[in-house]
Design a protein around this ligand. Structure first.
Ligand code: SF4
Length: 309
């Protein structure tokens, strides 16, 4: 059933889209706004040639002025270590670039992951998909339909993961199209959405999105991506309360060296700050360390697999 869109809902959608289009892409402007001297970081800033910088104002507003080591800033600021080259490192640490059909990864028996959109609201320096060939896996109805056809033919798949990039970069009308078709595949039971948008731009949790998740026959799960307690503000808590009320299960994943495999369940009322602070205690924010960890894990997994064969 298509949701009714009122003028008010349209203006809410325009709100997050406006925030998205006003995202900061110039690291000098970002440092200036944060009252941080750019000179010591100048070499690192050139790393935006490798992966553009992008961060919405609402996320910048949660950074501490004058602190070049602010944990939110460190996630988005290009750094000179990104130019380092080491033997044994891979641009495809999770071995995802050999996919089933364009825009669909089928690595695990009962789950398929759809690259809904290639873009993100924020570009995280540690991203393990920063080298993913999004151009060959374009997010659009043609590829989505191919992916859905593939899933239809595989009765063992009971969980559809919407990922990217960021799947919530898709507008609610596009998500509605996608979810309606996914619901028609009888063996699909769970719809899991992995997104950083709810914390980066909480206004992305629109009434229309909540309505979609509340009314799907699939079991909806939203996995947010929060790395540090400072990312959690009041607007985010309210957004989570809205989506929780839709009956969606809320989980979090974090990108860090020690906690990369940890997911925590968001509390039923809202995200509690103490829980987040405990989480942040074990979280390491340095992107390069994270990359090393992911790659070494990937190499170790590869070795384990080949020793089993
Ligand atoms: S939001 Fe996710 S996919 Fe996008 S850059 Fe950050 S980690 Fe990568």
């Amino acid at each position: 059933m298509s949701p009714i869109i009122t003028r008010n809902l349209v203006s809410v959608e325009q709100n997050w889209l406006k925030q998205l289009s006003n995202a900061i892409s110039d690291p000098y402007k970002l440092l200036e706004q944060l009252e941080i001297e750019a000179t010591p970081w100048e070499n690192g800033l050139k790393a935006r040639r490798l992966f553009p910088m992008r961060v919405p104002q609402s996320f910048v507003d949660r950074m501490e002025k004058g602190n070049p080591y602010d944990p939110l800033l460190r996630q988005v600021l290009p750094l000179s270590q990104e130019f380092e080259v080491h033997d044994g490192y891979s641009e495809d640490p999770l071995e995802e670039q050999d996919n089933a059909v364009p825009g669909l990864l089928h690595k695990y028996h009962n789950r398929a992951l759809m690259i809904v959109k290639g873009g993100c609201a924020v570009n995280c320096r540690y991203c393990f998909r920063r080298h993913f060939p999004y151009n060959e896996n374009k997010g659009g109805k043609e590829n989505w339909q191919q992916a859905l056809d593939y899933i239809s033919d595989k009765p063992e798949i009971d969980e559809l993961i919407l990922s990217g990039g960021d799947p919530l970069m898709a507008k609610d009308s596009e998500l509605s199209w996608l979810i309606e078709r996914a619901e028609q595949i009888p063996h699909l039971k769970t719809l899991r959405i992995h997104s950083r948008l709810p914390v980066v731009i909480p206004a992305r949790i629109t009434e229309q999105l909540c309505h979609l998740l509340a009314n799907t026959r699939l079991n909806p799960v939203l996995v947010t991506h929060i790395n540090h307690a400072n990312e959690i503000d009041n607007e985010f808590k309210l957004a989570m309360a809205r989506i929780k009320a839709s009956g969606t299960t809320l989980l979090n994943q974090a990108s860090c060296s020690k906690a990369s495999t940890i997911a925590w369940r968001l509390s039923s009322s809202s995200v509690t700050r103490c829980l987040a602070q405990e989480f942040c205690r074990i979280t390491c924010m340095y992107s390069i360390k994270y990359k090393v960890q992911r790659i070494s894990t990937s190499v170790m997994n590869k070795r384990k697999r080949s020793s089993k064969v």
